[in-house]
Design a protein around this ligand. Structure first.
Ligand code: NDP
Length: 395
């Protein structure tokens, strides 16, 4: 292997972002080598990825799945070494041979390995927005202390990043008046309100423009995703929630906008395909081919915009309130949302009960300063306990 190859660890390799990342990486064997791939339990797709991309390490959460993967890789003649558990995740995220880490585990489980990558000064491509929502202050401080390079993968944040000046402190210093965070409104933007209660997990996961994992698909349907993105944007771009307007843009062609003080508004456009932000962040500050087709602007023809409907999307309202409240409110919101979405996907609660469970959890836990990782983890645990109780009561 040449010294100029960037060594890459992909946390959450078997997920939607992980698979898109490997697609981009495979187009550039002269630039990237895969150092480690990780998954939770789905060892079969991980085995296929290991055969194809030949990482040094593969990591799973449990020992049993790791043994199955190990046996399969031996059978297939793969040299990849199989590890398991939280420590192994942190190890492959912070290994001295690794240059770049794609943080694409879904949910709070991504926090510790992503922080391990940050603390060891890696180039960190952040898809796992929940890590910033839970522990934004600690996370951004760790980036500053370690000199890690943090690049946003979420298409909206990647778009904002592309529309911002290269170096900036506060928005005012960058000459920015406000950020316009766009969202499609998901599959239920126009569903009659009385039928929203009855929607199924499969309907919620059928996003009109994007193909994504099931948790983020439900978050998009409830618009909690836009709320989590609001918190994420405040940390990434060092601003208060009132500097960010949420705008519904059903076509998902503009991925977000930045308005400058002189009245200029910059937007980043492209087909809704996560390989664009992934390729942007992988190669930054250079540009590489992502495999994404050119945007046919003539065929696109029209771009629509509307204000969000907080009555239709109570999860978005709760998230905006949590972003404004600060302290541990976003961490509580995130934990309650993960529990409620899991219960909805398991058909234990209705779609409209997701917001009720989050609201009840936020009311039950007093806010405090998330001053250390252990405080954040304790709040996360307490919020999950409360949310689970509320799910049991509703189910
Ligand atoms: P998926 O559900 O498709 O994939 C999740 C990945 O994380 C899988 O590899 C999964 O392994 C692994 N994983 C799940 N739970 C754990 C755990 N407890 N410990 C270790 N690994 C775990 O998710 P997405 O790819 O859709 O999303 C990943 C992240 O990216 C999320 O934070 C999401 O919000 C964000 N994001 C996603 C976008 C998208 O288009 N999909 C867009 C923007 C942001 P296994 O396969 O074994 O379950």
């Amino acid at each position: 292997m040449s010294d100029s190859l960037q060594q890459l660890t992909i946390l959450g390799a078997t997920g939607s972002i992980g698979v898109s990342t490997l697609d981009v990486v495979a187009r550039h064997p002269d630039r990237y080598a895969v150092f480690a791939l990780t998954a939770h339990s789905r060892w079969q797709p991980l085995a296929e990825q290991c055969v194809l991309h030949k990482p040094q390490y593969a990591v799973l959460s449990g020992a049993d799945e790791a043994a199955l993967l190990s046996a399969e890789l031996k059978r297939l003649g793969s040299m990849t070494e199989v590890l398991f558990g939280e420590e192994a995740l942190a190890q492959v995220a912070s290994h001295s041979e690794v240059d770049t880490v794609m943080a694409a585990i879904v949910g709070a489980a991504g926090l510790l390995p992503t922080l391990a990558a940050v603390n060891s000064g890696k180039k960190v491509l952040l898809a796992n927005k929940e890590a910033l929502v839970m522990a934004g202050g600690l996370f951004t401080q760790a980036v500053a202390d370690s000199g890690a390079v943090l690049l946003p993968i979420d298409s909206e944040h990647n778009a904002i990043f592309q529309c911002m000046p290269a170096q900036h402190g506060t928005l005012a210093e960058a000459g920015v008046r406000k950020i316009l965070l766009t969202g499609s409104g998901g599959p239920f933007r126009q569903t009659p309100l009385e039928t929203l209660k009855l929607v199924t997990p499969d309907q919620a996961c059928a996003h009109p423009n994007w193909s994504m994992g099931r948790k983020i698909s439900v978050d998009s349907a409830s618009m909690m995703n836009k709320g989590l993105e609001l918190v994420e944007a405040c940390w990434l771009f060092n601003c208060a929630p009132d500097k960010i307007d949420i705008v519904i843009h059903p076509q998902s062609i503009i991925h977000s906008m930045v308005e400058y003080m002189d009245g200029s508004m910059l937007a980043q456009l492209g087909n809704p395909d996560m390989r664009t932000p992934i390729a942007h962040a992988l190669a930054w500050p250079e540009r590489i081919d992502s495999g994404v087709a050119s945007l046919d602007i003539v065929a696109t023809a029209r771009l629509d915009f509307e204000a969000p409907d907080f009555g239709r999307f109570p999860c978005l309202r709760l998230a905006v309130e949590a972003a404004k409240a600060g302290q541990t409110a976003p961490a509580i919101l995130n934990a309650a949302n993960e529990v409620a979405v899991e219960a909805f996907l398991a058909e234990r609660i209705r779609f409209d009960q997701i917001a009720q469970i989050i609201d009840g959890t936020l009311e039950a836990i007093p806010l405090s300063e998330p001053e250390s990782l252990s405080v954040v983890q304790e709040i996360d645990r307490r919020a999950r306990d409360v949310a689970k109780l509320l799910v049991d009561r509703q189910a």
